[in-house]
Design a protein around this ligand. Structure first.
Ligand code: VGL
Ligand code: ZN
Length: 211
């Protein structure tokens, strides 16, 4: 597939805490960096997201006495899975992976920074009302086709892809440039949900530059 001027690469949460050795390590998470760096070199536009939580964030198990990671609790907006503390603003774990060549990114969008609201999606917080501004940015810049990559397939990539479709963007996920947490088969369910929403799947070697 040859890239066009309205194409944007959306690099989701390639941050230290999601890599092996991090607080919420995604198995094989570091394997996405090589393919993503190649794609960054090809795309006319690159946007990066960063999970960026306040200390004591409501999505952390540590913030709910007696609860453990991966339990589900009820928050004001509905059910919330609890995670080990991760990607706290300003910490080394929240930094982009040092091997990620993010210098060409035109926008870094930070999400999950409201203390009581999580945000898997790059577009819409977990209250499903508060917008991050990303769809406005993409529209103002005339960007219409989104290629998603990064971590994790079954959470932030999934929710971002579904919301991208909801917002009317042509949406593809780069299958070899994502990895999932994959508890209880969540990755295969994520692929099914994305396919049902009209998200296409592509392999990174099939993507070639615009010229
Ligand atoms: C993510 C769980 C919690 C992700 C972020 O990037 O997929 N997952 N926060
Ligand atoms: Zn998070």
């Amino acid at each position: 597939m040859r890239l066009e001027p309205g194409d944007v690469l959306l690099v989701i949460d390639v941050q230290n805490d999601f890599l092996p050795g991090g607080r919420l390590a995604v198995p094989g998470g570091d394997a996405v960096i090589g393919p993503i760096n190649r794609l960054i070199g090809l795309f006319p536009h690159v946007v990066v997201t960063q999970d960026w939580h306040t200390p004591g964030h409501a999505s952390f198990a540590e913030s709910h006495p007696g609860r453990a990671p991966f339990d589900t609790v009820a928050l004001a907006y509905g059910p919330q899975v609890l995670w080990p503390e991760h990607c706290v603003q300003g910490t080394a774990g929240a930094e982009l992976a040092p091997g990620l060549d993010a210098t060409r990114a035109g926008l870094v969008i930070r999400k999950g920074h409201a203390p009581l609201v999580d945000s898997y999606s790059a577009f819409l917080e977990a209250d499903r009302r508060t917008r991050t501004g990303l769809s406005g940015y993409l529209r103002e810049r005339g960007l219409t086709r989104l290629f998603l990559c990064g971590l994790a397939t079954d959470f932030c990539v999934l929710w971002s892809a579904l919301d991208a479709r909801e917002a009317g963007f042509d949406t593809l996920v780069v299958e070899d440039a994502v990895r999932g947490i994959d508890r209880d088969g969540a990755v295969s369910r994520a692929w099914s949900r994305m396919a049902a929403a009209g998200v296409r799947r592509i392999a990174s070697p099939a993507i070639t530059g615009p010229g």
